[in-house]
Design a binder for this molecule. Structure first.
Ligand SMILES: Cc1cc2nc3c(=O)[nH]c(=O)nc-3n(C[C@H](O)[C@H](O)[C@H](O)COP(=O)(O)O)c2cc1C
Length: 353
């Protein structure tokens, strides 16, 4: 493993020529930013790349991920032990434990949240992870695309009709929106969030896929948590983040995907997911020294809480159902073999071999 390099976010440099964002169309309108165009301009070698090859046929049929996103409800086998995550918090708050368990079972039966009740069996039926396929740049599916060209050849020849879905339709479970969205909004980046309790006695590490960067000057990131911000009921990560205002966001690599996934267990407050995962906590952060970053991550971001907001449930009026935090990145950590000399580009082949 290469030595990580601490990088302070640099002030914005002026870039006077930005034709990609202001490309006039022949009729004087402005073309929206188009990623294939952007990549072609940034990389004049585009034509030398291998042609795009669709991995899925038809393109709207997606592969099943090797690690099920719904794995929080499954049983994980880690190298050292097997752990069963507890039931979702939102349905375990009943005062009578027996009734709560019954309600929870009914709820799960109706929702069918987990499409693979025996995930190990399902996984055994799948081909092994393909270590020969690695990250590589290709051409876009249609390198000769021009303005006005519309969808490329991957689009279905006769487009099926669309169905309108009301997220709050009568009888629709809010969890169906969750299931729908995690299958539709893909691929999603993942925040592998490290926090520490205010008294310093507890550390927490968990994956969150309601995550995105939302700015670079200053570097800003958003993370969405299910559940309230209230310290007595919040997820441990939220509780720590709101009280200390400090965290480290680590980017997950395939070389520790199982360990990262294992940390989503609902460990009792006070016990650490670091032990469950076997990952390496490194206490060398410069702006949030009390919080550990993940040694195995190629890229990590030290961060401070910028703001947060709690959301009201529409399905259960009066309930707080979500918490959004905005984190300001205060230091970047990049493994030295993954970053260029100018410290502004990560090689995805190193980060995602
Ligand atoms: C792949 C994956 C993605 C997840 N994404 C989210 C998310 O975006 N928001 C959320 O609240 N929980 C998410 N979870 C569940 C949390 O990781 C889980 O509730 C964890 O126990 C929270 O840890 P904590 O109590 O230590 O904060 C995800 C779990 C997995 C496995």
């Amino acid at each position: 493993m290469g030595k990580p390099t601490g990088i302070e976010p640099q002030p914005r440099r002026e870039m006077p020529n930005r034709p990609l964002f202001r490309c006039p169309l022949p009729d004087g309108k402005r073309a929206p930013l188009h990623l294939p165009l952007l990549s072609r301009q940034l990389h004049p070698t585009h034509a030398s790349r291998p042609a795009y090859k669709s991995r899925f046929s038809p393109p709207w049929q997606l592969p099943r991920s090797p690690i099920a996103i719904t794995a929080t409800r499954e049983t994980y086998s880690t190298s050292s032990q097997t752990v069963s995550p507890s039931k979702p918090r939102s349905i375990t708050t009943h005062s009578n434990p027996k009734m709560a368990a019954e309600r929870s079972a009914n709820f799960e039966a109706e929702l069918k949240r987990n499409p693979h009740p025996d995930f190990k069996k399902t996984e055994a039926s799948r081909p092994p992870f393909d270590t020969t396929s690695s990250f590589r740049y290709t051409q876009t599916p249609s390198p000769s695309w021009t303005f006005g060209g519309g969808a490329n050849q991957l689009a279905p020849s006769s487009a099926p009709a669309h169905i309108s879905i009301d997220p709050h339709a009568d009888g629709r479970l809010s969890s169906s929106n969750y299931k729908l969205l995690i299958s539709a909004v893909i691929p999603r980046p993942m925040a592998f969030l490290s926090t520490r309790s205010e008294d310093g006695t507890t550390t927490n590490l968990a994956p969150f896929s309601y995550f995105q960067m939302i700015g670079h000057d200053p570097p800003l990131f958003v993370i969405g948590f299910t559940g309230p911000a209230d310290a007595t009921r919040a997820k441990d990560s939220v509780r720590n983040l709101l009280s200390t205002r400090e965290c480290v966001i680590n980017i997950i690599g395939e070389d520790f995907i199982e360990a990262a996934n294992s940390t989503s267990i609902n460990a009792p407050y006070g016990s650490s997911e670091w032990d469950v995962s076997g990952l390496t906590p490194l206490y060398d952060c410069e702006t949030v020294p009390r919080v550990a970053r993940v040694g195995e991550a190629v890229f990590s971001i030290e961060g401070k809480l910028e703001s947060f907001r709690e959301f009201d449930s529409k399905a259960t009026p009066g309930k707080k159902s979500g918490t959004m935090v905005i984190i300001e990145g205060t230091r970047f950590w990049a493994r030295e073999d993954s970053i260029n000399e100018e410290r502004n580009l990560i090689d995805p082949k190193v980060g995602f071999p």
